[in-house]
Design a protein around this ligand. Structure first.
Ligand code: UGA
Length: 446
C-alpha cells in the first residue's frame, strides 16, 4: 500500500520505518532539510534500538523515501499518517497548529474525488478528528474533496519503540466510514493482535486514558513507597505481592523518583484540561501529577537529612535521561533534582551514557551548576553521595566494590531500586533506596 507520513520525529520515523519493513511503500514529509538528507542516507536522527538497521534495509529495498515536498507525498499516498508534534500550551491543552496545517496542506493538494484517509497518530484531545473534519470542509472551497479523518494512536515506548510497533498489545482504529475502516485495517492486516475498530472519539480517549492510568499506577506505588519508608516495609515486595493479582498486574509498579518523558506529564495535563473543560472533576489526575512533582524533593530531603546538610557537599548524579535506553531528557527527574540540589548549595557532578549533550541543550540554565563526566567512575570520585537517577544497566554493572574507595563518603541513593541492596551493604555502602528503610531491614536481619 502507498502510505505517506507527515513528520519524521520520534513517532513518525518509527511508524514509517516499521510500515516499510512490513512491505508498504512509504514517503515521509519532513520540513528539516538536514534530517531529510541524513535519513535518505540511512542515518537515524533519533536513538532507538533496531531502528538504523530497518532504516538502511528499507532504503535499499526502495520502500521508504524522505522529502520536504509534501505535494508529491500527498499525490503518492492512499493513507496519510500525521505524526507531527502536539506540544502543550501554557494552560496544559495540546497545541494542534502543526496538525491543522498538515490537514490544510493535504486539502490543498488533494485531487477532487480521490479518496484519501488522513490518520492522526499524534496524541490529540478527544474531538480533534471532528474538528479536523470541519477544517477540511472549510478548505474545500467548492471542490469535491473526498478526505476522511481517522484516529490511530501509538503506544510506543521510547527505547523499545520498534519492538512495540512490531509486537503490539492491540491496535486501535477510530474511523467514521466502512471504507476508511477497511483501508486502515488493511494497513495492519499482517498483525496478529486484538484490533479495536471504533469511532475517532473513543480511539482518542483510549490513548489518553491508557497513559493516565499507567501514570496513576506509578504515583500510587510511589505514595505507598513513602509509607513503606515510615514503617520499615519494602515497597518492591508490596508491588510484587500486589502484581500477582491478575486484576492489578505487575507492570508500572516500580516505585522511584517519578515519571518523566515527553508523554506522561504532557498527556496527563492535556487529559485533565479536557475533563475540566467539560465541567468534570478530574481531581484524581491532579493528585497523580502532584505526587509525581514531589518525588525529587523527597529524595533531596532524605539525602540532606542523611548527610547532615547539603551545602558544599559533592553529589554525583548517575543518569540524565528520563529513563534508560534513550537519549531523551525531556521532563527528566534529573533536571528537577539538580535544581533542588543546587538550591541547597550542593556541588553537582553528572554523567549519562547517551544524554549529556541533549541535557546541555535542553537545560542551559542548569548547566552552570553541573560538571559533566563521560564515565560514571569519574563522576563518582570524590563525592559525598552518588544518586542513581536513571535505570541504566551500566549503573547496575558498575564495579561498586572498587569505586567505593574513590568516594569522599560511600553514600549511594538508588532512586530506581535497581542495585542489589545486600551487595551494597556488604560493600559497606550507606545505601538509601525508595520505599525501603534499608537500615531497619538489615537491623532486623541481624
Ligand atoms: C509511554 C507509554 O508507556 C507508551 O505506551 C506511550 O506510547 C508513550 O508514553 C507515548 O504516549 O508516546 P514512554 O514515555 O516512552 O512511553 O516511557 P515509559 O516506559 O512508559 O516510562 C514513562 C516514565 O515512567 C519513565 O520516566 C519511567 O522511568 C517511569 N516509570 C515507568 C516508573 O517510574 N515506574 C514504572 O514502573 C514504570
Amino acid at each position: 500500500m502507498r502510505i505517506g507520513v507527515f513528520g519524521a520525529g520520534y513517532v513518525g520515523l518509527v511508524t514509517a520505518v516499521c510500515l516499510a519493513e512490513i512491505g508498504h511503500l512509504l514517503q515521509v514529509v519532513e520540513v528539516d532539510g538536514d534530517k531529510v538528507e541524513k535519513l535518505n542516507n540511512g542515518i537515524s536522527t533519533i536513538y532507538e534500538p533496531g531502528l538504523t538497521e530497518l532504516l538502511e534495509r528499507n532504503i535499499s529495498r526502495g520502500n521508504i523515501y524522505f522529502t520536504n515536498d509534501s505535494s508529491s507525498v500527498i499525490e503518492h499516498s492512499e493513507v496519510i499518517f500525521l505524526c507531527v508534534g502536539t506540544p502543550p500550551k501554557p494552560d496544559g491543552s495540546a497545541d494542534l497548529s502543526q496538525i491543522e496545517s498538515a490537514v490544510r496542506e493535504i486539502a490543498r493538494y488533494a485531487r477532487e474525488d480521490d479518496f484519501k484517509l488522513i490518520v492522526v497518530k499524534s496524541t490529540v484531545p478527544v474531538g480533534t478528528a471532528k474538528q479536523l473534519r470541519e477544517l477540511v470542509r472549510n478548505e474545500m472551497q467548492g471542490r469535491r474533496l473526498n478526505l476522511e479523518i481517522a484516529s490511530n494512536p501509538e503506544f510506543l515506548r521510547e527505547g523499545s519503540a520498534v519492538s512495540d510497533f512490531m509486537n503490539p498489545d492491540r491496535i486501535v482504529m477510530g474511523t467514521v466510514s466502512a471504507r476508511a475502516q477497511a483501508l486502515l485495517g488493511s494497513v495492519y492486516e499482517s498483525f496478529d493482535c486484538p484490533k479495536i475498530f471504533t469511532s475517532p472519539e473513543t480511539s482518542e480517549i483510549i490513548k489518553y486514558a491508557a497513559n493516565s492510568f499507567l501514570a496513576t499506577k506509578i504515583s500510587f506505588i510511589n505514595m505507598v513507597a513513602d509509607l513503606c519508608e515510615e514503617v520499615g516495609a519494602d515497597v518492591s515486595l508490596v508491588a510484587e505481592g500486589m502484581g500477582y493479582d491478575k486484576r492489578i498486574g505487575p507492570e508500572f509498579l516500580r516505585a522511584g523518583i517519578g515519571f518523566g518523558g515527553s508523554c506522561f506529564p504532557k498527556d496527563l495535563q492535556a487529559f485533565l484540561h479536557v475533563g475540566k473543560s467539560k465541567g468534570l472533576d478530574f481531581g484524581l489526575l491532579e493528585e497523580v501529577i502532584s505526587i509525581n512533582n514531589r518525588r525529587s524533593l523527597r529524595v533531596v530531603q532524605k539525602l540532606k537529612a542523611h548527610l547532615n546538610g547539603l551545602n558544599g557537599k559533592k553529589v554525583s548524579i548517575l543518569g540524565l535521561a528520563f529513563k534508560s535506553n534513550t537519549d531523551d531528557v525531556r521532563e527528566s527527574p534529573a533536571a528537577k533534582l539538580i535544581k533542588l540540589l543546587a538550591q541547597e548549595g550542593a556541588v553537582i557532578k553528572a554523567t549519562d551514557p547517551l544524554s549529556i549533550e541533549n541535557f546541555r541543550r535542553m537545560y542551559p540554565d542548569l548547566v552552570e551548576y553541573v560538571q559533566f563526566y563521560e564515565q560514571a567512575e569519574a563522576a563518582v570520585a570524590g563525592s559525598h553521595a552518588a544518586v542513581v537517577v536513571t535505570d541504566w544497566k551500566e549503573y547496575k554493572d558498575l564495579n561498586w566494590k572498587q569505586i567505593k574507595d574513590s568516594m569522599a563518603r560511600p553514600v549511594v541513593f538508588d532512586t530506581r531500586n535497581m542495585l542489589n541492596a545486600d551487595d551494597m551493604l556488604d560493600n559497606n555502602y550507606e545505601y538509601l533506596a525508595i520505599g525501603k528503610d534499608i537500615v531497619h531491614l538489615t537491623e532486623s536481619l541481624t
